[in-house]
Design a binder for this molecule. Structure first.
Ligand SMILES: [Zn+2]
Length: 310
């Protein structure tokens, strides 16, 4: 018998996050929202006749704040009975709020002229993350988790958006939860976000060719090339289209990067040429914005290659 999946919406800031409830013998929640959305998640669960106390698994697709901030509070509400699961490469984000600030300072801060950024990021992590904790299950990819009653979930490592991004697959029915690992043209910001362009491309190809979702569940309503939002639950054909659009925009950005970088007066400097080529007109200083995170990944690739890294 098919396992039921229900989306649980968490509004936060300029956009919202979708968590998902997997109604197994040992029920699971995929992703946790932030501190302020925990009550809403619990209420949505109760509307469908389920109780947070019964949840036995909190499956985190990756370490970003909007996906793990509510994990500690939800875990407490399960009577600390739920097992919290994350990939080892993103575990530090669960353990330390400061890890989020360090990531910001490393990847984005030097492109933006905002002397308040560090204190703003620190305050945001403080408010949005309900508690620092370790994980009960630390993934490397390839694991199988039993949710009881013959239902199992497999974990695939799909790095790129973050190093520890994971796809959870309900075995048999091939429902796949990817969080933010399939960006298409990005969510509210209109630009796709990933830290490692090569890993991102490989992971999209793995999802398309190996995982081959029957249904694909996304963490946000990502946009297509016309700026219209995709649904957060896609059938096989919709998933295939999302992979192709994601790969196509990645290829266009990569090609534009080939023209090199230059300091200019543009807010996209030193990546003005890429913004122009892609036709991107979003505000890269609005947080959270993926533009500089993604471009920093290409710059690392580019610098590595010009130093004879290949
Ligand atoms: Zn994310």
């Amino acid at each position: 018998m098919a396992v039921t999946v229900s989306p649980l919406f968490s509004p936060w800031g300029r956009f919202g996050l979708y968590s998902f409830f997997i109604d197994a013998e040992e029920p699971a929640i995929v992703d946790a929202g932030v501190t302020s959305t925990v009550d809403g998640t619990v209420a949505e669960l109760e509307k469908s006749g389920r109780r947070i106390e019964d949840v036995r698994w909190i499956l985190l697709t990756h370490g970003h704040i909007d996906h793990l901030g509510g994990a500690y509070a939800l875990w407490e509400l399960t009577g600390r009975k739920a097992k919290v699961v994350i990939h080892e490469a993103d575990l530090d984000y669960l353990r330390r709020r400061r890890a989020h600030v360090e990531n910001y300072l490393e990847l984005r801060d030097h492109y933006l002229d905002n002397p308040e950024a560090e204190s703003q990021q620190t305050g945001m992590a403080e408010a949005a993350i309900s508690g620092e904790m370790s994980a009960d299950v630390v993934l490397r990819g390839g694991e199988s988790l039993s949710l009881g009653g013959g239902v199992s979930v497999s974990a695939h490592s799909i790095p790129g958006h973050t190093a520890g991004s994971v796809a959870y697959v309900i075995d048999g029915q091939n429902d796949v939860f990817v969080g933010d690992a399939v960006q298409i043209h990005g969510a509210a910001n209109g630009f796709p976000g990933y830290e490692d362009p090569n890993a991102y491309r490989s992971s999209l190809e793995c999802l398309r060719d190996v995982v081959r979702p029957n249904r694909l569940f996304l963490g946000h309503p990502y946009r297509n090339s016309a700026g219209e939002p995709y649904d957060i639950g896609l059938d096989a054909a919709g998933a295939a289209q999302a992979f192709e659009e994601s790969l196509a925009i990645e290829a266009r950005i990569r090609e534009a990067v080939g023209e090199g970088f230059a300091e200019t007066s543009s807010p996209y400097s030193p990546f003005e040429a890429v913004a122009t080529e892609i036709g991107y007109s979003g505000d890269p200083s609005l947080e959270p914005s993926p533009f500089f995170t993604t471009m920093d990944g290409y710059r690392r690739l580019f610098d590595g290659e010009s130093e004879g890294g290949r």
